[in-house]
Design a binder for this molecule. Structure first.
Ligand SMILES: NC(=O)c1ccc[n+]([C@@H]2O[C@H](COP(=O)([O-])OP(=O)(O)OC[C@H]3O[C@@H](n4cnc5c(N)ncnc54)[C@H](OP(=O)(O)O)[C@@H]3O)[C@@H](O)[C@H]2O)c1
Length: 409
């Protein structure tokens, strides 16, 4: 599948405690399949607002989704957004923390017998209320739990990054094929009005031939260590901020250039004597060269003042987004000559529900997924190439599918 062709086509179209959970303690752990890493219940995140009344189901053909992992993003962004989705509803919970699952399940009206633990997860196979599973666990658990979900016969929406390696992505895609189920990566910007508008502008050559793309995804990680925070733990997070926050810059560079890079150079930084960066790198700087001659400079860091910017400069203009990929409040301007136009293409907050409805449309109507497993695999190949370039200190050449050219790396 040509992921860029898919995008062009789309842009044209655009004009209580169950018996299962009662078995577990408040912080239950379950060994994953191939990775050897444990899924372990965690405390309720701070400042979670639970709904005061259960959500309505929406359309009669709404798809029932089980949420796997009740962490900050699931509870604060995705679960509340089901209320805005017409064709998807929360039908089950999977958590290693029974008390939290009870509070959340009661608030969202999830029946007690649709609340599972990591130990009882396999029982969802016979739960017909659940058709799809949303994997919102730490990155290093995505592959194993996606495979388990396919083994249970469910469709999967998997958070980004799809996995920690291209090999894991290929395993996940093979499991989807074997189960004949959908595998979608939760790349929410493909459903976000500003980013969709930016893609359309680039297709219309609004800045002329693209010369330079710059992306910055930074924040300063508070004091922590790999034992305290999975994002600082290489086995659970990957090698650093690129897999977590920087993946937004990588994605932007691809969907705005509409090209695959042929060459990558990169540099990583890992300070000594900082427990935050015992396991992972602090920063990743990347330069990608595209066949058109355009260059993308990607910067991502867990140790640089907060930024979430994307800029595309062409021969005829500049598109700027700041913030570029946030949950709300995205701002975008287009400069051509002396004119600067602020663009307001829609409500950023619709991205989460639109993503859920797209999954449902793929399941019910077999529409092509905008963000299929193949896209997650492509991105993991590029991430691997970025780290290979950083390790060698020399540019690496890429095949059109993102794999390293033989003889590199
Ligand atoms: N698309 C986006 O904009 C976006 C934003 C943020 C995060 N994400 C992605 O969503 C995923 C989760 O991120 P998050 O920020 O929600 O993380 P989080 O707040 O730390 O929550 C992760 C949840 O996973 C479960 N879990 C199972 N085993 C775990 C282990 N060994 N260590 C820690 N947690 C474990 C826990 O749920 P239980 O206690 O219920 O078992 C925990 O609450 C990541 O893949 C991340 O990249 C995406």
């Amino acid at each position: 599948m040509d992921l860029f062709d898919g995008r062009r086509r789309r842009l044209l179209q655009l004009a209580g405690v169950s018996p299962a959970i009662a078995l577990m303690g408040p912080a239950c752990a379950q060994q994953s399949g191939g990775s050897g890493m444990n899924a372990e219940g965690q405390p309720m995140p701070a400042r979670v607002r639970l709904p005061s009344a259960p959500q309505e189901k929406g359309r009669s053909d709404s798809v029932g989704v089980a949420i796997v992992g009740l962490g900050g993003f699931a509870l604060n962004q995705m679960m509340p957004s089901f209320a805005r989705a017409g064709r998807a509803h929360i039908a089950g919970l999977v958590s290693g923390n029974a008390e939290k699952a009870k509070r959340v399940g009661d608030a969202y009206g999830v029946p007690e017998d649709a609340r599972y633990s990591y130990e009882t997860f396999d029982q969802i196979a016979s739960d017909e209320r659940i058709e799809a599973v949303y994997i919102v666990l730490p990155n290093g658990l995505h592959a194993d739990w996606t495979e388990k979900a396919f083994a249970a016969g469910k469709h999967v929406l998997c958070e980004k990054p799809m996995a920690l390696s291209s090999e894991e992505c290929e395993r996940m895609m093979a499991a989807a094929r074997a189960a004949d189920r959908k595998l979608m990566v939760a790349y929410r910007c493909h459903f976000e009005p500003y980013n969709l508008k930016a893609m359309a502008l680039m297709d219309d050559e609004a800045v002329g031939a693209i010369r330079l793309i710059r992306t910055e995804q930074h924040y300063v990680m508070g004091p922590t260590s790999p034992r305290e925070n999975w994002r600082a733990n290489r086995a659970l997070a990957g090698r650093g901020p690129l897999e977590d926050y920087g993946i937004y810059g990588l994605q932007s560079a691809l969907y705005l250039s509409n090209e695959m890079p042929h060459t990558i150079q990169a540099y990583t930084q890992q300070p000594d004597n900082d427990p935050r960066f015992e396991d992972i790198v602090a920063s990743v700087q990347t330069q990608m060269q595209f066949p058109s001659g355009a260059v993308a400079q990607l910067s991502t860091s867990y140790d640089t003042q907060g930024a979430n910017r994307v800029m595309v400069q062409g021969r005829a203009g500049t598109l700027e987004m700041d913030p570029a990929t946030s949950y709300e409040g995205i701002q975008m301007s287009l400069r051509r000559g002396r004119s600067v136009e602020a663009l307001n293409p829609g409500d950023t907050g619709t991205q989460f529900a639109a993503q859920l409805d797209h999954l449902a449309d793929a399941i019910r109507d077999n529409v092509d997924l905008r963000t299929p497993g193949a896209m997650g695999l492509r991105d993991l190949r590029l991430i691997e190439a970025i780290y290979a370039a950083a390790e060698t200190g020399a540019p690496v050449g890429l095949l059109p599918d993102g794999r390293l050219k033989p003889g590199n790396g």
